[in-house]
Design a protein around this ligand. Structure first.
Ligand code: SAM
Length: 272
């Protein structure tokens, strides 16, 4: 999969690309990432990419011409000339005014061949670039960042780790927070009873490793007894408990079994 990032700070991504799973994915050529400096398409001697907003008010706005030129140089035509968006690529504007980027979005994007990520700065990007070239306007959360680079890095990271072959253990992308439900996973792939559940939209369960006792706190005994079915039950209960405690709104959309509903009812009764 190819990622193109349009930015006034290409150097921002050096650290992002140089570590961990993304570094390995780049080395193994599962992913390519190119950054494109907007200023290379500014034509005055100061390489100006911004201007004052029409209508007055705070700050500056990224001008449309350098953005359009950068996109065209990447082979991105205006939407009207492209016709349909049902190809394998998307142009994404990172914006606090966008739709919320979620794990479900990351899963959809990971099935594409190419993402072009446009990073705003200052007060944002001239809206005509959004209208003319962008297929999606994405926000990474309900807060305002000073630039789209951090948001692009978030979209890049969350998406590329779901590309087949990128995670060392394929299953780690399934058995984690916001993951899919058991019904969508081959849970019995090797005949070994799973000690995990597909999250089905819930948060992950808590994790423990050695030592068994740390600062007087023991790791839960159930995780040490080797009984996979019991571990699986305990982990599901913990997923439900964490979600109820920290993100109760996720429960409304989660895939819940009858047993899950009973456990939740008991937890809610105890909360009262
Ligand atoms: N005037 C904008 C507003 O109030 O919505 C904020 C502009 S912000 C200071 C500059 C740039 O940061 C935006 O153009 C966008 O690219 C990026 N940005 C800020 N918050 C973001 C968020 N929550 N998600 C994605 N990008 C964001």
């Amino acid at each position: 999969m190819r990622f193109d990032i349009v930015t006034i700070f290409p150097g921002f991504f050096e650290g992002v690309l140089a570590h961990g799973i993304l570094r390995r994915a780049l080395k193994e050529r599962l992913v390519t990432v190119e950054t494109h400096d907007l200023r290379e398409h500014a034509h005055d001697k100061h390489r100006t990419v911004d201007d004052r907003p029409f209508g007055g008010g705070e700050g500056m706005v990224l001008k449309p011409e350098p953005l359009a030129e950068t996109l065209e140089a990447l082979g991105i035509r205006a939407k009207a000339e492209r016709g349909t968006t049902s190809t394998g690529s998307r142009v994404i504007l990172l914006s606090a005014q966008g739709q919320l980027f979620t794990q479900a979005t990351a899963r959809e994007l990971a099935s594409l061949d190419r993402l072009v990520l446009v990073c705003g700065r200052y007060e944002g990007v001239d809206e005509r670039i959004n209208e003319l070239y962008c297929d999606l306007e994405l926000s990474i959360g309900d807060y305002v960042l000073s630039g789209g680079e951090l948001a692009a890095a978030v979209v890049l990271d969350a998406t590329m780790r779901l590309i087949p072959g990128v995670l060392g253990n394929e299953a780690s992308g399934e058995f984690e927070s916001f993951g899919v439900a058991d019904a969508e996973i081959d849970v019995d792939v090797d005949g070994v009873p799973r000690s995990q559940h597909g999250a089905g939209g819930l948060l992950d369960y808590p994790h423990y490793t050695r030592p068994g006792e740390f600062h007087g706190l023991r790791a839960p005994e159930v995780l040490l007894n080797g009984d996979h079915a019991e571990i699986r039950r305990w982990r599901r209960e913990q997923q439900l408990r964490k979600t109820l405690q920290n993100r109760p709104e996720l429960l409304e959309r989660a895939s819940l079994s009858v047993d899950d509903q009973k456990l939740l009812a008991a937890m809610r009764a105890n909360q009262k």
